[in-house]
Design a protein around this ligand. Structure first.
Ligand code: ZN
Length: 394
């Protein structure tokens, strides 16, 4: 099987790299993946799959039915880009100003198309069904595309027994990273508006200084991490923007703070809104100001099913060798809306190594200099394909 698989992947690899570069040149932001979804749809139809588009607005689903009946596995890729100018000098760099595939979703889409091509050839050996799910708007936290696809029934007809997705990652090329628990953080947003009263800067006693109040709130918020979170657990509170004031000699009457909260354990996620509101509102009150706190819960933590992930670790070791399957000791603090799937069906999310000599220092995602080593593509296809077959045929 493995030799056969390598030959099949080799057969399609040039096509898949070409598709990846094509998608890379025409990046589309979340819910505007018109060209990308049309390309995906055409590719899936060419394979003779049952194809549906406009699932979750811009999503595309291809269904492959194996020769014998059995379980159903869902394989998911995301298709959206980020709003930034690409600064690489790749020959296939983005042709769209202000848009770039800076999170590797072009690579994910290409890999899943590759898996669809290979699995279509192996149809007669497959017991059960494979759903290829191409999702829009992964980057649109808190309203990512996964939930819309689920609302449109992507987990039904046939009912999905397991879901799998991968993400390009800062691991050496050839390796994958997979844990049997949390992979990615819950990612929430906070909006804090501090309201004071302006006065002449030389007469602060006649006003309420929103800037001084905001300073105390920012500092006090860090005590949520140091005093409210179990030292054996971890969490992040970051204020990313601060806006306020209009003139150097006027006491500021309004400051707006925006930030993010990352957690890995649902019990800790649950205490965050109340602790943050209590600190911001009461610090403001103590200093004579008012404070509005809006806490927006974003993507949940992406948590692998322990039993399923353990099986996949075995499948991956068989497919790419034991030495290439890494079990990272910690999850990552980024958010990911594959969590919408992991909440509803046993799921596996894993990291695909993409670092090598060719892209040294350029492997940070959400960065305009990101370069992905395309050598990760066959590894991505091989792990998805062998994972799906082994799961269905066990
Ligand atoms: Zn991403």
């Amino acid at each position: 099987m493995t030799n056969n698989l390598d030959t099949l992947i080799e057969k399609y690899l040039n096509d898949i790299i070409e598709i990846r570069r094509d998608i890379h040149q025409y990046p589309e932001i979340g819910m505007e993946e018109v060209r990308t979804s049309a390309l995906v749809k055409a590719q899936l139809e060419k394979l003779g799959l049952e194809v549906q588009d406009k699932i979750g607005k811009m999503g595309v689903v291809g269904l492959l039915r194996g020769k014998k009946p059995g379980k159903t596995i869902l394989l998911r890729a995301d298709m959206d880009c980020l709003p930034m100018d690409e600064l690489t000098d790749l020959p296939f760099k983005s042709k769209v100003p202000g848009m770039m595939h800076a999170c590797g979703h072009d690579v994910h889409t290409a890999i899943l198309l590759g898996a669809a091509k290979v699995l279509s050839e192996l149809k007669d050996e497959i017991k059960g069904n494979i759903k290829f799910v191409f999702q829009p708007a992964e980057e649109a936290n808190p309203t990512g595309g996964a939930r819309y696809m689920i609302e449109d029934g992507v987990l039904e007809n046939p009912k999905v027994d397991a879901a799998v997705a991968l993400h390009v990652w800062n691991l050496p090329l050839g390796k994958v990273g997979i844990r049997t628990s949390t992979m990615m953080a819950q990612s929430d947003r906070i909006f804090i508006t501090v309201k004071g009263k302006s006065s002449h800067a030389s007469q602060p006693h006649n006003g309420v200084d929103a800037i001084v109040t905001a300073g105390h709130i920012i500092t006090a918020l860090q005590t949520v991490i140091s005093r409210n979170v179990d030292p054996m657990e971890s969490a992040v509170v970051t204020i990313g923007t601060i806006h306020g004031g209009s003139r150097y000699n006027v006491t500021c009457d309004k400051v707006v703070l925006e930030g993010t909260v990352r957690t890995f354990n649902p019990e800790i996620s649950a205490i965050m809104p109340t602790r943050i509101k209590a600190i911001a509102e009461n610090v403001a009150m103590a200093l004579g100001a008012e404070c509005d706190v809006e806490y927006v819960e974003g993507y949940s933590a992406t948590v692998n099913d322990e039993e399923l992930a353990t099986k996949f670790i075995g499948y991956f070791k068989d497919a790419i060798g034991e030495q290439n399957v890494v079990i990272p000791s910690q999850p990552a603090s980024g958010g990911e809306d594959f969590s919408e799937f992991t909440k509803l069906v046993p799921s596996v999310f894993y990291w695909l190594g993409m670092e090598s000599e060719m892209n040294k220092g350029k492997t940070t995602v959400h960065n305009p200099n990101l370069v992905v080593d395309e050598g990760c593509i066959p590894v991505g296809i091989k792990t998805l394909v062998s994972g799906a077959i082994d799961f269905l045929n066990e």
